[in-house]
Design a protein around this ligand. Structure first.
Ligand SMILES: Nc1ncnc2c1ncn2[C@@H]1O[C@H](COP(=O)(O)OP(=O)(O)OP(=O)(O)O)[C@@H](O)[C@H]1O
Length: 298
């Protein structure tokens, strides 16, 4: 198998605008930016999110808008608040202030599993796979949000559940083919290389059929070839499934190659947003990465 090259592909197809979509928050500049790329209203809008841990302000008025089919990069030095932002969106650490709207719906008060059911799937910075389970079974876990057997259905398990189970397995097999995991599908997940484990996490997220895919450092610890495969799979996933992607990544070559738009955080604050190539050249961004020019404010 030849490694795909890490090149920017033409933007993928956007979902047609949904008549009922789009929160009424068009004053947000990110919102306008998201809309301008595809013409579709944003799928995700985070409006001035704050989040503290004790006296530490991990996020200070962070706004994001992502439209269907867009790959949005979120970068920043270690501890700048990227994972906290992911946790605010996915319901693990609800914001102290600000709103998260997904497809026009306010996510306030919703638990992570309810948010997942609305169509947001994530991968974790540190792998969160089930050791002792096969690759196939780990990916099947991603289908659980679509498995809701009622008491009556359970009573007639063979009649109701079998066809559903076959459907779920077929969907998972398609994803295994899509991500080229056939050779390891029956292996215990902990014995396969890290690069493939990361791919299994992506597969599990895709199994949920998300409309927004949140990828927290999907290439951490990978060598160049593995990074190039993963980059190709992210682009293909966006194109094949029409999902929007929020990508957190430290590798700048990846970010500039994949992302349509980039937001940089430093000490929990947005310091630059826009075209990835332009953003990473901004003096404030260079200074943040070199650790110059700012002192941490609590
Ligand atoms: N559960 C928590 N309790 C206390 N502090 C936390 C918690 N989660 C995050 N923080 C703090 O919030 C700040 C932002 O952390 P976060 O993990 O969001 O940064 P990050 O940009 O994702 O960093 P990295 O690139 O190292 O993963 C850090 O100072 C971190 O120590």
């Amino acid at each position: 198998m030849t490694a795909p090259t890490l090149v920017r592909e033409a933007a993928g197809p956007a979902d047609p605008p949904r008549a009922d979509a789009g929160p009424a928050m068009s004053t947000n500049p990110s919102d306008a930016a998201a809309r301008s790329r595809t013409g579709a209203p944003p799928l995700l809008v985070c409006d001035r999110i704050d989040r503290s841990f004790g006296g530490l302000k991990a996020l200070k008025s962070v706004s994001i808008a992502i439209s269907p089919g867009q790959i949005f990069g979120l970068v920043g030095p270690n501890g700048s608040g990227k994972t906290t932002m992911v946790n605010a969106i996915t319901g693990f650490y609800p914001p102290d202030a600000g709103r998260v709207m997904f497809d026009g719906r306010d996510l306030k008060g919703l638990k992570p599993h309810r948010i997942a059911r609305l169509g947001i799937a994530r991968t974790f910075q540190n792998l969160a796979l089930f050791r002792g389970m096969s690759v196939l079974d780990n990916i099947l876990v991603g289908r659980h949000i679509h498995m809701r057997p009622g008491a009556l259905k359970s009573l007639f398990y063979p009649v109701w559940a079998r066809p559903a189970e076959i459907r779920h397995r077929r969907h998972v097999e398609d994803i295994i083919d899509f991500l080229q995991l056939q050779d390891v599908r029956d292996m215990a997940v902990e014995v396969i290389p890290l690069g493939l484990q990361k791919r299994v996490e992506l597969a599990r997220a895709l199994a949920a059929e998300p409309r927004l895919l949140v990828l927290d450092e999907p290439m951490a610890g990978m060598n160049q070839e593995e990074k190039e495969y993963m980059a190709r799979f992210i682009l293909d996933a966006r194109d094949a499934f029409g999902a929007a992607v929020l990508l957190i990544e430290h590798h700048m070559d990846v970010v500039t190659a994949l992302c349509d738009r980039l937001l940089v955080l430093s000490y929990g604050e947005p310091i630059a947003e826009g075209d990835p190539h332009a953003v990473i050249a901004e003096p404030a961004v260079v200074a943040a990465y070199l650790g110059k020019g700012r002192t941490r404010a609590a």
